[in-house]
Design a protein around this ligand. Sequence first.
Ligand SMILES: NC(=O)c1ccc[n+]([C@@H]2O[C@H](COP(=O)([O-])OP(=O)(O)OC[C@H]3O[C@@H](n4cnc5c(N)ncnc54)[C@H](OP(=O)(O)O)[C@@H]3O)[C@@H](O)[C@H]2O)c1
Length: 298
Amino acid sequence: MRLLLSLQSPPGAVQEAVEVALDAGYQHVDCAYFYQNEAEIGAAFQKKFGEGRLKRDELYVVSKLWNSFHAPQDVKPAFLKSLMMLNLDYLDLYLMHSPMGFPGPQEVSSPTPCSKQDQSPTKSSSTSLFSWQTMEKLVDEGLVKSVGVSNFNVSQLERLLSVCRIKPAANQVELHPYLTQPQLVEYCKSKGIVLIAYSPFGCPNSPVPLLENPTVNEIAQKHGKTSAQVLIRFHIQRGIATIPKSITPARIVENAEVTGMASKPGALFRSWRMAEVLLSPEQGETINLERLKPFNVH
Ligand SMILES: NC(=O)c1ccc[n+]([C@@H]2O[C@H](COP(=O)([O-])OP(=O)(O)OC[C@H]3O[C@@H](n4cnc5c(N)ncnc54)[C@H](OP(=O)(O)O)[C@@H]3O)[C@@H](O)[C@H]2O)c1
């Protein structure tokens, strides 16, 4: 099993976290220009390559095109910047971070402060299709093995699939028991697009944070695992990759130990659709564990 690590963390702690993760056997490293820590991640790669502990082809490195660089002339320079900071000569996967780009200066009709320009999504012509075509050229040039998207819904995927030359290999979206997105999951599976679940531990602002949800805790106790491990396993059983984020060494190791739970799809959460109802944030505060019994969730 390939272990996945994501790195949306402030600079400073990231290099050590990556080194711990690589030593623990993680291979898939999820990065992004937007996280502003790719140089630290690159330093960790260099160190492990230098120690002879790791070969490039044992790693699967992902980065993302930030929204300010959707204009076709900006795509390759943004990609090369990430590549250079990561100290690599190719990436395994490059994702469009979001379907919406931010307008470039030429597209803003009245003078707008830079910070505003950086924050307003647009449906400008510079987005999606033209950016995608430039991303496809990165594959042709051997700079990246595959290209994909993030935060795309079904209609955005349909539009892209109807015009692309290279199909998106993956779609990285928010997924967890409070947000199971069944329609999107079915659609991606039917099109052979790999789903990568971000925020597997749920939104921290939920009335009951997923990690503290009594149902999740109960399942964890039953299997002798932690709630975090159960929430990671939830995706594995749906056939979905997930990228838990941690900069805490003990948690990085814990998050990799997700075997030894029910292995059949649906066995941990007998039905993930039911899990969605039972674990929905609206129900979170008043959840009645008795309701679990008829559905034999274990
Ligand atoms: N594509 C996108 O638009 C997008 C958007 C959001 C996120 N993402 C990606 O998805 C990644 C994960 O999402 P996320 O950061 O929102 O949420 P997450 O992985 O669900 O949660 C991260 C939080 O959980 C804590 N944590 C990790 N392991 C734990 C454990 N075993 N026990 C208890 N707490 C634990 C972490 O703390 P410590 O770090 O302090 O250990 C951190 O506070 C991000 O890093 C990013 O790469 C992508």
